[in-house]
Design a protein. Structure first.
Length: 423
């Protein structure tokens, strides 16, 4: 008897086998990451404290590493979610993120401290950034009706471009150029430290030119959809120019308060990116210097050759704006914005808590005897209290724009059913 399973193509069987393995691993290893046991040790030296953020593929924890004579240091620990641990491609990308990140030592890049294996999973130990990511800051200020001041836009851009330029300038051990193309420059991967430093994070999709083989399936594109360069959507490789295009899209978004390329579904977004129609912001932001708008426009050119060829070129022009007297390179500009966003977040959380009716006492809530006062060394947690915002990127914590891996060949066919609501 003829059966569909008997006529399967080999790649279909391979995918089915991989997904079956993933299901088995998932059923064996799924845990509620938000119930992580405080004090759990990873690799015998990293003590987990709490979940700092969760993305589609990974969870980031706040943790503490302890040493002799009471030494301790707060770190961020990134772990692949259990359901992806059986998928070899995701594991390879995670290992590559550790390899590439460990070789990028720069003040504007989140530093990698360690990489370890524990209980069947890999853990990436990273620098803890005490602040907020740019995407969250934009959302918080926008909800309060506050656009980003252009000096803040310039300060954030300079810091991000310094980190990006350091990745592009990377050299191999023998001194040969070995640039790292980030491929995922977006607001949620730019962390703003409370001290006023910008940190470029999440090299999970980065492409190092010295890697022996590619981790990208031929015919696919990687990155957050709304920030891709036009040539990437046509199947051409990512490059320094495509990273700088993504940075231009971030600058446009900081000034306008909305995404440059946005639509009701993914196919429409792809069409907008390929057309590369960039609306002017002169009327919308009359306060912004013409030089800043011209820089942004050049970085968003359709042709890669018409864009800036290196991050240092953009930095030089932005620094000229900083010398105009607006204090655009002053870390205090970023520190003030981070403080304002955190204050608005706290006010919103307090208002939400105040609007909720008090919870009626339950029999189990009543103490059986006298209640001892909390010890001075303890921390009292409220039932409805939200954890403080942490500027630790996972793998794309922003919701609507997701990391995609879509066949460029498929997108050349008009009748594909991509009219679903955009994620």
């Amino acid at each position: 008897m003829w059966s569909a399973s008997a006529r399967r193509a080999p790649w279909v069987a391979a995918v089915a086998e991989t997904m079956t393995k993933a299901s088995v691993v998932l059923s064996q290893q799924v845990t509620d990451t938000r119930r992580v046991a405080s004090g759990e040790l990873i690799d015998g030296k990293y003590e987990l404290v709490e979940v700092a953020g969760e993305g589609g593929m990974a969870t980031v924890f706040r943790a503490v590493t302890r040493g002799a004579a009471g030494f301790q240091r707060t770190v961020a620990i990134k772990r692949i979610r259990p359901e992806f641990r059986a998928l070899r491609n995701y594991i390879d990308m995670f290992i590559e993120e550790a390899r590439v990140g460990s070789e990028l030592a720069h003040p504007n890049i989140v530093q990698i401290h360690d990489f370890c294996s524990f209980n069947g999973g890999y853990y990436l130990i990273m620098e803890w950034v005490d602040g907020i990511d740019l995407g969250t800051l934009q959302g918080v200020l926008a909800s309060a009706g506050k656009p980003l001041p252009w000096p803040l836009v310039v300060a954030v851009s300079i810091g991000a471009l310094r980190g990006l330029g350091a990745a592009h300038d990377r050299r191999s051990r023998d001194g040969a150029p070995a640039p790292v193309i980030h491929r995922d420059v977006s607001p949620h991967n730019l962390l703003l430290d409370a001290s006023g430093v910008v940190k470029l994070s999440d090299f999970g999709l980065a492409r190092a030119r010295d890697r022996a083989y590619s981790l990208t399936i031929p015919g696919t594109v990687k990155g957050k959809l709304s920030y891709l360069a036009p040539e990437v959507t046509l199947g051409k490789p990512n490059s320094i120019a495509s990273d700088l295009f993504s940075m231009g899209a971030v600058i446009w978004e900081m000034l306008s308060g909305r995404r440059l390329f946005d639509a009701r579904n993914d196919l429409e977004v792809f069409k907008k990116i390929r057309a590369c129609d960039v609306p002017s912001l002169e009327a919308e932001r009359p306060d912004a210097p013409p030089a800043l708008l011209a820089l942004m426009k050049r970085s968003l050119s359709l042709l890669p050759a018409a864009r800036f060829q290196h991050a240092r070129e953009m930095i030089a022009e932005l620094q000229h704006l900083g010398r105009s007297g607006a204090g655009a390179e002053d870390p205090a500009v970023i520190t003030a914005a981070v403080g304002e966003a955190r204050a608005l977040q706290r006010a919103r959380a307090e208002a939400r808590a105040a609007s909720q009716p008090p919870r009626p006492p339950r029999p189990t809530d009543a103490p059986a005897g006298p209640v001892a006062p909390p010890s001075s060394g303890g921390v009292e947690l409220l039932a409805e209290e939200e954890p403080p915002p942490a500027a630790q990127a996972t793998d794309g914590d922003a919701a609507p724009s997701v990391v995609i891996e879509i066949s460029a060949a498929d997108l050349l066919v008009e009748p594909i059913p991509l009219d679903r609501p955009k994620r």
